[in-house]
Design a protein around this ligand. Structure first.
Ligand code: C5P
Length: 323
């Protein structure tokens, strides 16, 4: 039994980009081997954790404004209970509640918690929003109870919740292998800014991998890509170099290809370099060249897709200090 130590813990849970992603063969356990460069970005959800006598409760709200800002620009979309933002479950399947139960069982917390999740990361977009929320719930709940844990123990718990959760806990820039959980830190030559566009269609990770298997995705270059990613990981390179690794999911878009090509063309016309899909999609990002105004790039973008200006960050989770 561990009584709560804090009255309130607030964690910013940042999205990620896959600067490049190569999917390898399907393994016996059903997962696919992959190699990717993960990068945390400034687009973030906020998770607020407060003590509760028993059980875990979650309220999900949507917010269009960036984390840490308030005011008129904050066009708030309130959604309570099952009216959570599209595609985000507020019930027991939400990764925040699954993470809370896992932490509670492992560490015997003895009391519950209230979670308020402010969603800004679009879901089903390949931005790792659910994984970031799960990582924030693990670290937030441990902080609320003042539980000290080993990193390896937290990473093992994270992997039980999803392949990308270990990276979400760790954040920054990392080469991911295995299911995505074998992580090695990488340094980029310089931080970068990107314009992110979110198509109206979304896709669950599981569906995207099934589609990949059905499409008999090409494995001819897998070994070469794995080797070259390991070599690149030892150098300090620009983000653009990693983008050239490609993304296997772009190769099996099927009927969505024309929309993707159109979005890529419009991002290029706005002034970004080498637009690339992140994760299993649907979001597409383009790196803004140094010295170019990000507002001008965003202003030049033509299309009905939601857009976000983001920058690379050195951490995946950020505890917001409480007064
Ligand atoms: O690990 P996570 O629960 O996020 O994965 C969702 C689904 O995506 C898995 O059930 C699996 O079908 C697929 N997946 C995969 N190979 C990976 C990661 C995920 O096949 N490396």
């Amino acid at each position: 039994m561990r009584p709560p130590r804090a009255r309130r813990v607030v964690v910013e849970a940042r999205a990620k980009l896959n600067l490049g992603l190569a999917v390898g063969p399907k393994r016996r356990d059903g997962y696919h081997d992959l190699v990717t460069l993960f990068q945390s970005i400034s687009l973030a959800d906020t998770l607020i954790v407060t003590p509760r006598a028993r059980g875990f409760r979650l309220v999900v709200t949507g917010e269009a404004a960036p984390a840490g800002t308030r005011g008129r620009a904050a066009a708030r979309v309130r959604a309570r209970g099952n009216r959570a933002p599209r595609g985000v479950p507020s019930g027991p399947s939400n990764l925040v509640l699954r993470a809370a139960r896992a932490v509670s069982e492992r560490f015997g917390l003895g009391s519950g918690a209230d979670f308020r999740l402010i969603k800004r990361i679009p879901s089903q977009a390949g931005l790792g929003g659910g994984s970031a929320d799960a990582a924030a719930a693990i670290r937030g709940l441990l902080a609320l109870h003042g539980v000290v844990t080993e990193r390896a123990e937290r990473q093992a718990l994270a992997l039980e919740l999803g392949s990308d959760v270990p990276f979400a806990m760790r954040g920054g820039t990392a080469l991911g292998r295995g299911r995505g959980e074998v992580l090695a830190p990488v340094r980029l030559r310089r931080p970068f800014r990107a314009l992110l566009a979110i198509p109206k269609w979304g896709v669950s990770t599981a569906d995207a991998f099934r589609r990949l298997d059905r499409a008999k995705y090409p494995l001819t270059l897998w070994n070469a890509k794995l080797r070259s990613a390991k070599l690149l990981g030892r150098k300090q390179l620009d983000a653009e170099t990693w983008v050239r690794l490609g993304n296997t999911f772009e190769e099996v878009l099927g009927p969505r290809r024309p929309d993707f090509e159109s979005l890529r063309d419009r991002l290029r016309a706005a002034g970004v370099r080498t637009p690339r899909m992140t994760g299993s999609g649907s979001a597409v990002f383009g790196i803004i060249p140094p010295g170019v105004s990000e507002e001008r790039v965003a202003g030049r973008f033509v299309g009905s897709e939601a857009i976000h200006l983001v920058r690379s960050t050195r951490a995946g989770l950020r505890f917001v200090r409480q007064p």
